[in-house]
Design a protein around this ligand. Structure first.
Ligand code: GLC
Length: 820
């Protein structure tokens, strides 16, 4: 076996990145003999070289690079003709991954690359790659050697990877698919597509998240295939014992992400591709949207009605009709003669305004945005240099190339005028990109791709993400220390660093309510926690019951926005009259009470990479039946919900994972590990709190910061086991948290049949303005005789007949002892 030592020998020097548009960056791979185009499989390994934590194996023609990224993440790349492509990714973020130790062993049959957590084995005879947990469990193994096929028409290769699939193995994630939560038995495609009124099982949809999870006998791993070309997945369809993924170009370039816990795979994927930033607190309130609220009087009337009817709301949206002929960054002067005044009036009653901005820029020589884009050569062009023109809302449009850093910089600056008018957030839509008639751009459109030039085949799936990145970065720059709020329809892995997302143009049906639940859970475990659906359904007409049930689910989706198409009847929380209006109010109020809890869950996402929504299968992956549960999910650490997804049902089955749970409404105690039938009158939905949880609640406000808080209610549920809850607080609107100006509190509780102790530790440099906690403790199994706070007995407490204990302490308490 030949052992080369210099890795550079294997990489073509011409691959260096250059800014010069005329310089070739990718050499065509030499085709020495011309034969029929067929799939080529890797053959026996002939040589390898090692370079620190990178290993390159060759079968004489193709090369495979295996690199250890962390103890749990191993990257695999394949170069069909031995030349790796320039190493560039829009998905990855810089991150200090930990590598403890890497061992390399060669035996007669295999090469073994091991970290303390996982071993990657490469067979010599047939170049099959597998991953083995440290306890010997075979996590994943190639069913066939990696393979490729020359794409004669476009250049480059179709690249393929096939892994064996066990009978007990199931699959999850992949972004926003409108299908069952468990993906086994599905074929899916990633190609961002504008799918108005999409149907169940319609595919592809708006986003491309090439990350899936495999779960087999409680062992979980993930594959993140960082390839932006059209990508395909087959989860045991073509063959029951095989799963495959393949792309129409680019490099076979995947990250094996080890668990074995499912939640850890998702956490590690977020370490690779990033998390959401902390959202401004108001963005977690209720948002009201409509295509479109206009003129200004209508906007004011809707906002005022929220206040009159005392239904909390923080944001109102302006859809395309606020613009002059749908020209981005302009106002329709007839409908909105004085935007600054309007937005300031809205602001006075506690409303933030979010405006839509689409990528299509109207071809109009008198329109400043078009003129600037044209003068600077910022618009996309076809292969023969014609501009990429297509019809969208404004008519004939050209489209900025958001994959060009200069274009992103320019675009970011365009928001100054909207900010001056008082705009608080930006909604990026139609960025798949959508073009009327043809669907999207043709493949031959050229893109800068951050100086790694490519056609639309390569840039299509990242176009929307780069658009919202430009928007986010621009807002961040212009707003200085204020957190931007953005929402996008299209995206690629890593889009979460720049935006929240919604699931696009859904339909007002019960089937779509079910899909909304599944899609948000799926997005959350695909790295996109800040997600929501058009509450009520975008197209079609919900009745009061469907709308109300959707509001209930919406309380527990990280983004809570009601939206509807222009050709539907009015769709505000009061539109269906009573009893729906009161029930919607009750649930939107619940959302506002839970804001500090949701905010803490976001912190745990940002800081500890935990998804905000966690499906039951993630909570209990060892139970095979849970592989198929998709209705119940955990919202943050401690609340389990199960939305009602059918009309007219008086009750529904809810599975509670093992452990103690309390009904949020009645405090009835349940021993989990089985299904229960829970009554579901329209003014209720199944909500359960984990025993031992401490949940902070705000008083009901009509909008975030409506008034200064005097106290926070801390609700705690008894547990015999030691349990911890994290509560996070900060300024709410700025980036001080990045400089450690925040407060992270841990409440630890444990109980016996005669005592319950709550301890609080804090770290960080933020001091909240309120002074007190109003404590409510539920589920105590004894009659309370004494309450001792930091060593001193307090006399003022109440203990009612239902064993609910209430008392007040300062926010700094360290230890509370509740004794029988
Ligand atoms: C698209 C969006 C929708 C929006 C409409 C008009 O259909 O998905 O949310 O209201 O365009 O801008």
């Amino acid at each position: 076996m030949e052992n080369l030592t210099n890795l550079d020998l294997m990489i073509d020097p011409s691959l260096k990145v250059s800014d010069d548009n005329n310089e070739e960056k990718f050499l065509n791979n030499p085709i020495v003999t011309v034969g029929p185009v067929t799939k080529q499989y890797l053959k026996a390994v002939k040589s390898y070289i090692t370079d620190g934590n990178r290993f390159v194996f060759s079968d004489g023609a193709s090369k495979v690079q295996v690199s250890v990224i962390s103890d749990e993440i191993i990257r695999v790349r394949m170069a069909p003709q031995g030349t790796f492509l320039a190493d560039f990714s829009y998905a990855l973020q810089p991150y200090d991954h930990v590598i403890t130790e890497v061992k390399f062993i060669e035996n007669d049959l295999q090469y073994l690359i091991s970290t303390p957590k996982v071993t990657c084995a490469i067979t010599k005879a047939d170049f099959l790659i597998s991953f083995i947990d440290r306890d010997g469990f075979l996590m994943s193994s190639d069913a066939k050697p990696m393979h490729y096929e020359e794409n004669v028409q476009f250049g480059g290769y179709y690249i393929y990877c096939s892994k064996t699939c066990q009978t007990t193995e199931d699959f999850y994630a992949l972004g926003d698919k409108a299908t069952e939560f468990n993906l086994r038995g599905k074929r899916m495609v990633l190609w961002n597509t504008d799918t108005y009124a999409f149907a169940k099982n319609q595919d592809p949809l708006y986003r491309s998240i090439p990350f899936y999870l495999s779960l087999n006998k409680g062992y979980c791993y993930g594959i993140f295939h960082d390839n932006t070309f059209k990508t395909h997945y087959d989860f045991a369809v073509e063959s029951m014992d095989c799963t495959s993924f393949w792309s129409d170009g680019g490099e076979l370039n995947y990250y094996y992400i080890h668990g074995p816990q499912m939640v850890d795979v998702v956490r590690r994927y977020s370490m690779l591709t990033g998390t959401h930033q902390m959202p401004p607190m108001w963005a977690l309130g209720f948002h009201q949207c409509r295509w479109s609220y206009y003129p200004d009087k209508k906007v004011k009337q809707v906002a005022n009605t929220f206040r009159e009817k005392k239904i909390p709301c923080d944001a109102i949206y302006l859809d395309i009709d606020y613009m002059n002929g749908y020209r981005c960054f302009t106002w329709n002067e007839r409908y909105f003669p004085d935007p600054k005044n309007l937005l300031s009036e809205l602001n006075d009653i506690g409303f933030k305004t979010v405006v839509i901005i689409d990528p299509g820029i109207k071809v109009d020589e008198n329109y400043w945005v078009f003129k600037e884009g044209k003068a600077n050569n910022y618009f996309c062009r076809r292969c023969d240099d014609y501009f990429m023109e297509g019809n969208v809302w404004p008519g004939r449009c050209q489209f900025p190339d958001f994959t060009n850093p200069k274009v992103r910089e320019w675009w970011g600056g365009l928001f100054q005028g909207l900010l001056d008018a008082g705009v608080d957030g930006v909604w990026n839509d139609m960025n798949e990109p959508a073009v009327f008639g043809s669907g999207s751009f043709p493949d031959d459109v050229r893109h800068n791709f951050d100086h790694h030039r490519g056609s639309h085949r390569k840039a299509h799936n990242v176009y929307g993400m780069q658009m919202v990145r430009a928007t986010y970065e621009g807002l961040q720059k212009l707003q200085k220390n204020k957190r931007p709020f953005t929402i996008t329809r299209a995206g690629y892995s890593g889009v979460q660093r720049y935006s929240s997302v919604w699931t696009g143009d859904n339909v007002a049906t019960w089937e779509h309510l079910k899909l909304a639940n599944v899609m948000c859970q799926r997005l959350s475990i695909s790295g996109i926690s800040f997600c929501g659906t058009d509450i009520g359904g975008f197209t079609g007409e919900p009745d009061g019951e469907l709308f109300t049930r959707w509001i209930q689910l919406g309380v527990f989706t990280p983004l809570m926005r009601a939206h509807s198409a222009g050709d539907t009847r009015e769709r505000e929380p009061w539109s269906f009259g009573e009893p729906f209006e009161s029930i919607c109010r009750k649930f939107i109020e619940l959302r506002y009470k839970l804001l500090p809890y949701l905010y803490s869950a976001f912190w745990q996402h940002y800081k500890y990479h935990l998804p905000v929504l966690r499906p039951v299968v993630m909570l209990e992956p060892n139970e095979h039946i849970n592989h198929f549960r998709e209705d119940e999910f955990s919202f943050g650490d401690s609340i389990l919900v199960c939305p009602v997804l059918q009309p007219g049902v008086a009750n529904r089955k809810v599975y509670l994972p093992k452990g103690t749970w309390y009904d949020y409404w009645t405090n009835h105690k349940y021993k989990g590990g089985k299904e229960f039938v829970i009554s579901t009158p329209l003014d209720s939905m199944p909500i359960f709190v984990k025993g031992g949880a401490s949940i902070p609640e705000y008083p009901v406000m009509q909008h975030v910061n409506e008034f200064e808080l005097e106290s926070v209610t801390l609700k705690t549920w008894f547990s015999e086991m030691e349990e911890k809850s994290i509560i996070y607080e900060d300024h709410g609107e700025n980036f001080a948290y990045k400089l450690d100006i925040y407060l992270e509190k841990t409440i630890t509780v444990r109980g016996t049949n005669g005592s319950f102790v709550m301890e609080q530790t804090m770290h960080g440099m933020y001091t909240p303005r309120y002074e007190k906690y109003e404590h409510i403790v539920y589920g105590l199994p004894f009659k309370v005789k004494k309450v001792i706070v930091d060593g001193k007995e307090i006399k003022k407490y109440s203990f009612d007949t239902t064993n609910v204990l209430s008392f007040t302490t300062t926010k700094q308490f360290k230890k509370i002892e509740i004794l029988a």
